[in-house]
Design a protein around this ligand. Sequence first.
Ligand code: UD1
Length: 415
Amino acid sequence: MDGNELKIKGPQRMQGELLVQGSKNAALPILAATLLGDGIFILHHCPRISDVEHMLELLTDAGCQTYWEGHMLIVDTRNFHNHCVFGYGAGKMRSTVTLLGSILGRMRQVEIPYPGGCTIGKRPIDLHLKGLEQLGAVFVHQEHTLKGSTEKLHGANVYLDFPSVGATENVMLAAVLAEGTTTIHGVAMEPEISALASFLREMGAKIKGDGTPVIVIEGVEKLRAAEYIIPSDRIVAGTYLFGTLMTRGEVRLLHVPVAHLGGIPRMLEKMGAEVKMEKDWICVKMERQCRPIPYIVTAPFPGFPTDLQSVLMAALVTASGMSFIEEKIFEARFQTAQELRKMGAVITCEESFALLEGNAKLCGAQVEAKELRGGAALIMAALAAEGDTCIRGMEYVQRGYEDINGDLKKLGIVL
Ligand code: UD1
């Protein structure tokens, strides 16, 4: 097997127990936050995925040292001195942008290449910049890099026009060391925001209101190093839960903060699955054809996550009737539809709407992942499909899934 492709013979049933990996979207801003304190940080349950490796290259570029011991990551920021990060990973990853807030907060100047990431839409950074400007930062747009500086960051009232996850994180990262109080209105309420807030509090920051629409931060002079356990990845958990539903399997996921799943367990039930859960595990069993969902719209947390929209789509094409999805967060997130069609799905997309006919008998095909979550959806579809599927573009999937082949094997899949 070529490292960039995965071959699956279907149909296969997902069955078994799995400990879910640490969260990508929690780990990345937390790594950016380490630059705000001087010392040795210890992060447990950190996912060993390519996006994290790229972020570590950037921290190394900035003067830090990093080591892995299994899933424990040690970050030594005592030699952090460089406000310009141009490492190989910088332009590849959307989260490079969260370094704006933390490097500005600590060094009062920053220079980064324009952020990359998945090709799922325009993904501007205007809200990040506007928020940081309100705290006293000034930005200069250069041909390939973005340069920011400030004499001193100060507290302010920041209003976000949309609850952007990244913009909320960036303003939080800049505000913790700013002088005075910052109140951020209209923030994202995703669980990763609370993870970042908890981590910053461990470092000595004064933050209140995470998990609500208004966050209040009282700036402190200095932050210290901290030890923290990264929460498990709710999107990886969701991928395998929908995969279980599609393959009529039975899976128990362990070490899952079930509260982070929002409405997903309810959605699985509506689609016909049997769901049992406690605070930190969830068990799903499916024995019938999936039921359709007449209308579902992606929305900021606690709404249905855009990151699971492709895998939901893959599940619903096989449902016993028609479903309708509206994608409200990222305009280019229906790229997976084209690949699912090659496997027999009947999907009509127009702008941000997708109409799924249902009753598709999925069959193996040559398909290509165009982005991270879409790639995972194709893998789940391949498990449910009759015959051989070859999924190319696995490098996208590796951005967020530490060892999807290993996970699938633990869940009884033969690869
Ligand atoms: C984060 C997640 C990503 C998830 C997304 C939405 C990380 C590393 N990535 O991405 O997996 O899909 O949240 O839950 O945590 N927008 C603007 N201007 C801005 C910023 C955002 O218009 O300055 C728009 C975006 O184009 C998009 C929407 O706001 O339409 C949501 O984006 P945002 O919440 O910022 O997502 P990310 O932080 O990029």
